[in-house]
Design a binder for this molecule. Sequence first.
Ligand SMILES: [Zn+2]
Length: 277
Amino acid sequence: MFIDTHCHIDSYERHAGESFDALLARFRTSSFTTERSSAKEKAAAAKIAQPEAFIHVACDPADFETARALSEKYDNIYTAYGIHPEYVETETAEDEARLIEYLAHPKCVACGEFGLDYHYGAETKAAQVKLFERHLQLGIKSGKPLVLHLREADDDALDVLRAANLHDTKIHIHCFTGTPEFVEQLLALDAKIFVGFTGIVTFNNAQSVRDAAAIVPIDQMLLETDAPYMAPVPFRGKPCHSGYIPFIAEKLAEIKNVPVEELYRHCRENTRKCYGI
Ligand SMILES: [Zn+2]
């Protein structure tokens, strides 16, 4: 049993051109191949499995309402609300006030994702740091676990995190793409750190992410897809959905040198410890 601890269901619907209900129907009927699929594709498709639950992340204030509706329609969809650093130049005080309201929703299990992204936002670094500091305080005050997006901003991220009082705060470092050195520094923070790995761990060119996964204790790992992007091998480049978690789990089990059942058991327990579900 597993939970996809980080996915964007509305973006999946837009990106894949398939409704969530249609995806659920495909899970029920295991319809992931066509007559034209190769034997290799069929073998891979047989591993696709439905998670028992989903944490749907809304990180654009314009999508908060859709997220609330999704979580009220489906028992097994939980939500996280935050403001992604890509909105640093458009977000308003009103957005932050709405964020606080949505964080109080009964199906909301976390505040995020928010953080720093210098890969796409190199020209807004100073503004991103200010927003990150403010949202970190807002998130801590909410008492919810925090979901952090940290990309190519290691030094500034560590400065902001070290300056905050994170004691006892649960933090999901989501879609880890950094180096072993960075993950080591994150794990050393005075906080309850969990590190999420996506399909990137299966990519040929992601050895440094696998090296980072090797040093993350198994009781601090989380399984996530970040759907609709970063589909694991052998689906790389296709729209990513939560059914691809088994490919990520297999790779992490191989890295940690444990049977995949043991990896699942730990990640399920870690999800409970971090998110309370
Ligand atoms: Zn995300």
